[in-house]
Design a protein around this ligand. Structure first.
Ligand code: BYC
Length: 470
């Protein structure tokens, strides 16, 4: 179904046919715009070359044009409905999917939607000041593309809250604009979304590791028996692909430039040549990967078992799995600390579904590390390797919270951890160096010296295209 752009809120959910809902959302809209003005991109611009969703069909869903950021057409778009869709897992397997929220699952569904919704504006808040130090107009444009789409993902969740959860849903939609990333009094719900994204290395790591959690969580909500949530997430995943691209190619380009400088100056110590040394890249990777692992919740969780059994949240690629999709008798193996060692234990698969999702995520993260090491290889740099740290490293949530594990996977005491910390996680000197490189480059076609240029422009435009005008 095409998107109706004649409406104040573009949508393909026939908002005009439900005056009450339309009015409720139209009263939320100015508050969203006020939040965007206060907490969205801090850099003033004239216009930005942006993609806007115009259709949810298979062909040609997006349109590119120059847009003034506050005029971006945030709207409500659900993937097309499959009238024959049935629940693929859990106790209700085989039954038709739900078009309304069953009373007994109301609180849990609302909670999942609020948690998902909370991350979207949080990331915009975290990235608010990055435009002030963009390494190129191309990167600046990508940042804004990510920001407007996270804003639209907030709209997606707010629509569900307003349309299906009555008074409490409207209250939660309000609260999504009142919590703020890093706030002492009312922080964002999940840990990683209260961390800072103060520089572009952090931004590329965030869009690689944290946005990738988003991809996997949306993938499980796409399986939901609650069809409007499923269709919303399916469409969000389309936009999400570009966010992954920004992270993957962003880290590629940092590694590429670092490798070039190492070769050019025949030294590992490229900080004084204006680059980011490999050990610093590794520390940023360690940090962003470990806080992103926390986003999967505990390895064992009765919440997730209940979500699955009742049909609210499925597994990654549920329908491609060859098991019974109920999992009442399945077991799985997880690692957890056992005294001074890490041990494997067998557990019911149903309570270990966060671990199941995290395992798929880790496999995906490995592909990034492989490609970054290939870039090093292509420059003849064989003595250094980037690697994912052990799953227990630097964890605040789950089985490894409260114990200290080195990147290599050794359980250590507090003193050893304190002594190693600066070698494993970004130290003040590393952050200061990265910060010192963050100088804006706003001339079309030019790029900061710590970063390699992208391979091609956006939507067939040349690299020296004026992606952002001031
Ligand atoms: N920080 O039973 P447990 C994205 C809480 S990212 C703070 O193990 P459960 C994006 C947990 O809520 C994707 N608290 O957890 C990316 C629970 O609290 P209650 C976002 C945490 O419920 C980039 C308690 O600890 N979407 O889209 O099995 C840019 C016990 O935990 C954390 C979703 O997450 C944490 N890290 O799983 C923009 C999907 N972890 O209930 C966007 C929706 C856990 O006892 N959310 N807790 O008060 C969920 O599916 C689940 O809520 C979680 C947690 C996977 C997050």
């Amino acid at each position: 179904m095409s998107i109706d752009y004649t409406e104040r809120i573009p949508n393909n959910v026939d908002l005009a046919g439900d005056r009450r809902l339309q009015r409720a959302l139209e009263s939320w809209q100015p508050r969203f715009l006020q939040w965007w003005g206060e907490m969205g991109p801090a850099l003033p611009t004239q216009d930005v070359y942006l993609r806007t969703a115009v259709d949810v069909g298979r062909a040609g869903w997006a349109h590119f044009d120059r847009v003034r950021l506050p005029d971006y057409r945030w709207g409500i778009f659900l993937a097309e409905r499959d009238p024959d869709r049935r629940i693929a897992f859990g106790q209700h397997q085989g039954e038709p999917v739900w078009q309304q929220v069953p009373g007994e699952h109301r609180a849990s569904l609302q909670r999942l939607i609020v948690v998902q919704g909370d991350t979207e504006p949080a990331s915009v808040e975290q990235q608010r000041r990055l435009g002030l130090t963009a390494p190129s107009l191309y990167d600046l444009r990508n940042l804004f593309q990510v920001n407007v789409e996270e804003g639209r993902h907030l709209w997606a969740m707010v629509y569900l809250l307003h349309a299906y959860f009555g008074r409490s849903g409207r209250d939660e939609a309000e609260a999504l604009l009142l919590r703020n990333s890093g706030s002492e009094d009312s922080p964002r719900i999940l840990g990683a979304f209260n961390e800072e994204t103060p520089d572009w290395l952090s931004f590329f790591m965030f869009t690689y590791f944290t946005d990738r959690d988003g991809k996997y969580q949306l993938g499980t909500l796409k399986e939901s028996a609650f069809d409007p949530l499923s269709r919303t997430c399916e469409f969000m995943l389309k936009e999400e692909a570009h966010h992954m691209f920004v992270g993957t190619t962003g880290v590629d380009r940092v590694v590429e430039r670092t490798a070039q400088l190492m070769r050019e100056h025949d030294t590992d110590d490229i900080a004084r040549h204006g680059g980011i040394p490999l050990p610093v890249i590794q520390k940023y990777l360690n940090f962003h990967y470990s806080v992103s692992l926390d986003l999967f919740g505990g390895e064992t969780s009765t919440n997730v078992a209940n979500y699955y059994s009742s049909g609210l949240k499925g597994r990654w690629q549920e329908e491609r799995r060859g098991d019974d999709h109920v999992l009442t008798s399945a077991v799985t193996t997880i690692e957890r600390p056992g005294g001074e060692r890490i041990v494997s234990v067998e557990l019911p698969a149903l309570t270990a579904l966060n671990h199941d999702l995290r395992t798929a995520y880790i496999g995906d993260c490995e592909t990034g590390v492989t490609r970054w090491n290939r870039i090093l290889d292509s420059h003849g740099i064989t003595g250094h390797r980037l690697a994912l740290p052990h799953v227990g490293f630097n964890r605040k949530v789950g089985a490894f919270a409260g114990c200290h594990v080195t990147p290599g996977g050794r359980v250590v005491d507090a003193a050893t951890w304190a002594a190693g910390r600066l070698a494993w996680l970004p130290a003040p000197a590393d952050k200061a160096h990265v910060e010192s490189l963050m100088r804006p480059v706003y001339e079309p076609g030019k790029i900061a010296a710590w970063l390699a240029p992208p391979r091609s422009g956006i939507n067939g435009q040349p690299l020296d295209y004026e992606y952002v005008r001031f």
